[in-house]
Design a protein. Structure first.
Length: 478
């Protein structure tokens, strides 16, 4: 009897998995396959934090499959070549997968489809990563959309694209299993650096943990989400982004769970939470329209922006959390220690890099892509372009976050004291700007600027004006 193959990518779960459901429905034995394909990804191969998460997620998926009498087959290399070869050797009659949305991954799917078609093997793909396929939300004139609010309204009006697929109770196993690597064979974790040891205390990857995180958030934080989401000292956000990125939970599962608890229009917290899920959809819509979005500014005049030269030392200070602005430094240290950063602080740190330091946004994008466990190509690049002011629906360039007032406004004292303990003795009024503190207060708090904590790299009013002057230079560029 021939087998069918289910190709996993950013969908490392069993519940609400349309491709897996379709594969099982054939009645043929199912071969679940994951291919670690860094070659096809090129410069967008996953970074260090994501590799740790992937290591843990693959182990969790394999354990879940084994409870169904199956197992995960793992390979390393170019997926189009590996899958075509596997189909020929193991009597695979059809391959099932979800649509891949990264530009390089879409190209890979096209190559695979051509190879399978030539070998008379069926290729079935469907949407299982997003709520709706890119290109579904159109303007009144039928055009693709690049502004978030009307995009969101359209998506809400369209309703559900599909129903949730049930978690399978069993899976027909293959009598002819392909050879498989182990997760260890992939070498996803660099044990010499040991970065994974700082990440492990903060996360438990896997589908079951994703559902538990969702339930906890809905029980404890959903109603207050709109009010409290911007306060980094509080645990008021879902922290579901890495689970969503790796597909350990689907956006439809999130939407369904929220709608079973409340009516979106009647709950501001719920509506705003789902709006964040839809921002991810919007990011993929932009990436589908503009595949160069991770490298090129969507507003063409920003190609002439006068970024500074020779910024290696400034970039390193930002990366290490040594800018002299405690709110920025707390965020960058949280990022490196946990692989995640509070969204309000993501905006502040990104604004600081691009507008205070005048360093190209692509440098920050690359650092986040390497250090975030939720490093999503679409969301990361859309977010950086939004903050830098060069995106399709971007924050105005003159919106420059003040890292001092942002700390006060969002009551970030506990957050800063946790991640920047060397200044924890400062009073709240001086905590976010030690460089302005009187020497006596610094001495009393044990803060020695230039020794155990740096002087600020730039002065906020001066840096703000410099950024605005640079923006004026490109406003005339057609």
């Amino acid at each position: 009897m021939t087998a069918v193959l289910c190709w996993f990518h950013q969908d490392l779960r069993l519940a609400d998995h349309p491709a897996l459901t379709a594969a099982i429905a054939t009645g043929h034995p199912v071969i679940p396959l994951y291919v670690y394909d860094q070659d096809s990804a090129g410069e967008w191969a996953i970074g260090g934090a994501s590799r740790w998460w992937l290591d843990q997620s693959l182990r969790a998926l394999d354990a879940d499959l084994q409870t169904l009498g199956s197992k995960l087959v793992i390979a390393n290399g170019r997926a189009d070549a590996i899958i075509a070869d596997m189909a020929a050797k193991h009597q695979v009659s059809a391959v099932y997968c979800h649509d891949h949305h990264e530009p390089w991954a879409r190209d890979r799917q096209k190559k695979l489809q051509q190879k399978l078609s030539a070998a008379n093997v069926q290729f079935h793909k469907c949407e299982g990563v997003l709520l709706w396929p890119p290109g579904s939300s159109l303007s009144k004139t039928g055009g693709r959309m690049r502004v978030f609010t009307p995009f969101k309204k359209n998506l809400y009006a369209m309703g559900r694209y599909r129903d949730i697929c049930p978690r399978p109770d069993t899976m027909p196993a293959s009598a002819d299993w392909p050879n498989s690597l182990s997760v260890d064979d992939l070498g996803l974790i660099d044990h010499h650096i040991g970065w994974h040891k700082t990440l492990e205390p903060h996360w438990r990857p896997g589908e079951s943990h994703a559902m538990a995180m969702l339930d906890d958030f809905l029980d404890d934080h959903l109603d207050d989400y709109k009010t409290l989401r911007d306060f980094p000292s509080l645990k008021a956000t879902s922290r579901l982004s890495p689970y969503l990125h790796f597909g350990e939970i689907s956006p439809l599962q999130i939407l369904d769970a929220v709608e079973r608890r409340c009516v979106l229009d009647a709950n501001k917290g719920a509506e705003h939470f789902i709006s964040e899920v839809v921002w991810r959809e919007f990011s993929y819509e932009l990436l589908d329209q503009l595949p160069d979005m991770p490298q090129a500014p969507l507003r063409e005049n920003f190609a002439a922006f006068p970024w500074i030269d020779h910024y290696d030392d400034l970039l390193a200070a930002w990366q290490k959390g040594q800018t002299g602005y405690p709110l920025v430094d707390a965020g960058m240290r949280e990022l490196y220690a946990t692989g995640w950063m509070h969204n309000r602080i993501r905006m502040v740190t990104a604004s600081f890099l691009t507008k205070h330091l005048m360093i190209p946004w692509q440098e920050g994008e690359a650092w986040f892509y390497d250090t975030l466990v939720d490093a999503d190509l679409a969301s990361n690049s859309a977010g950086w372009q939004w903050v830098a002011g060069c995106g399709a629906d971007a924050s105005p360039y003159f919106r420059i976050f003040n890292p001092i007032t942002q700390g006060h406004k969002f009551d970030a004292g506990a957050y800063v004291r946790h991640w920047v303990p060397e200044i924890s003795g400062l009073s709240d009024d001086m905590l976010f700007d030690p460089s302005s503190a009187p020497p006596a207060l610094l001495a009393a708090a044990g803060v020695r600027l230039g020794e155990n904590y740096p002087w600020r790299l730039v002065d906020h009013p001066v840096a703000r004006q410099r950024a605005l002057d640079a923006y004026e230079q490109i406003k005339q560029v057609s």
